[in-house]
Design a protein around this ligand. Sequence first.
Ligand code: C5P
Length: 233
Amino acid sequence: MTDKDRLIIALDLPTTEDAQSAVDAIGAGGSFYKIGYQLMPIGGLDLAQRLTDDGKKVFFDFKFHDIGATVERGVKSVATLGGDFLTVHAEPDVLKGAVAGRGDDSRLKILAVTVLTSLDQASLQKMGIEIPLPDLVLKRAEFAAEAGVDGVVASAREAQAIKARFGDALKIVTPGVRPAGADANDQKRVVTPADAIAAGADHLVVGRPIIAAKDPKTAAETIAREIAGALKT
Ligand code: C5P
């Protein structure tokens, strides 16, 4: 993995044409792209193929959540696409199915979503979950490590405890990243790229600060430089 691969650019755009234009504008400034629900049903998989054919890496943010056997079959199908990361929810049966579907020699790595950052303690309580949120994150990271998945999606706030407990056994992929002075948009707990790396994140997911920038290439390169600088300290 190169330092550049640590930055994952979220292609949260309405059409694959818009996404392709963003990728073209970013050029050599980006090497890793995230495709989610918005593009998946409308050509996102073909776009992913074009990106991998071009030597880029692809993160499928599909957050699978079903019975283990169904997840296993779904992951097996995704693995044929040639991407690099796929998200699933962090329940033991889901994780077990995902690892079986991935197999042992796949390029595809599985990431477990611990607790969505849109949830807080009050929302957990509403769903009948009483355990403190940070403990739930660690419990789910433990399920992930036990099942043999490759990493977790977690906020920078949780990254430190996950890194301390699991070391390099789990890659940590962190959204909610904003360069100093950038618009937070709807993200509530933002951290700078340097702080996220210092907290133990291995990859940062950044969307709007790059794809909505006037000059997306420079925006991506500036963040990549901040990541590289933080890795040296
Ligand atoms: O534009 P922005 O940088 O906020 O985009 C962040 C990306 O990371 C979006 O695709 C969003 O769905 C995703 N994400 C997130 N928080 C999570 C999980 C995923 O912001 N907990």
